[in-house]
Ligand binder design. Structure first.
Ligand SMILES: [Zn+2]
Ligand SMILES: [Zn+2]
Length: 159
């Protein structure tokens, strides 16, 4: 963990002010300290991953698991029916205040103030929706495979 990272502290349960909404082996979920609407949660991997810009194609399943957790939490909070009225996404660097990957889940999106709608504006320079991020990661080029030339051991007969 990064020692000064507040989200790492929350994940470890060392931050007494934060009450977790949900926890499993991989993620913690807690309310945003400045909620944009009635339901505003942060889905946060326990591992310190700095930001969404560092994710690669291999992290598509991670993002999908974050979305599955979001679904679970909304269900538990009784607002899974508002499926059209959600805002889900990530601050895009350098506009992320906390340098620890987290998914914002905001319901109902239509009840956000003017300022919040601006802060969480879909696919602006500063906020990427989860749909956009998944699409973006899937379209990243395959990581380069390293191929090794097979070198015969010294003295091996080449004939
Ligand atoms: Zn962290
Ligand atoms: Zn945030």
């Amino acid at each position: 963990m990064a020692s000064q990272c507040i989200f790492c502290k929350i994940a470890l349960g060392v931050d007494e002010k934060t009450k977790l909404t949900y926890e499993d082996e991989e993620f913690v979920v807690f309310p945003d300290i400045r909620p944009a609407t009635k339901h505003h949660y942060l889905i946060c991997p326990k591992n310190h991953i700095r930001d969404p810009k560092l994710l690669t194609r291999e992290n598509v399943p991670l993002v999908e698991r974050m979305l599955a957790v979001a679904e679970k939490v909304l269900e538990q909070q009784g607002c899974s029916k508002e499926s059209k009225n959600r805002r889900m996404g990530f601050h895009w660097p350098p506009f992320n205040v906390v340098q620890h990957l987290h998914l914002h889940v905001i319901v109902p999106a239509t009840e956000m103030s003017w300022l919040s709608s601006l802060i969480y504006r879909p696919n602006s320079w500063w906020f990427a929706t989860s749909d956009w991020l998944l699409e973006h990661l899937r379209n990243l080029p395959e990581p380069e495979r390293t191929t090794y030339d097979i070198v015969p051991p010294p003295g091996a007969s080449t004939g």
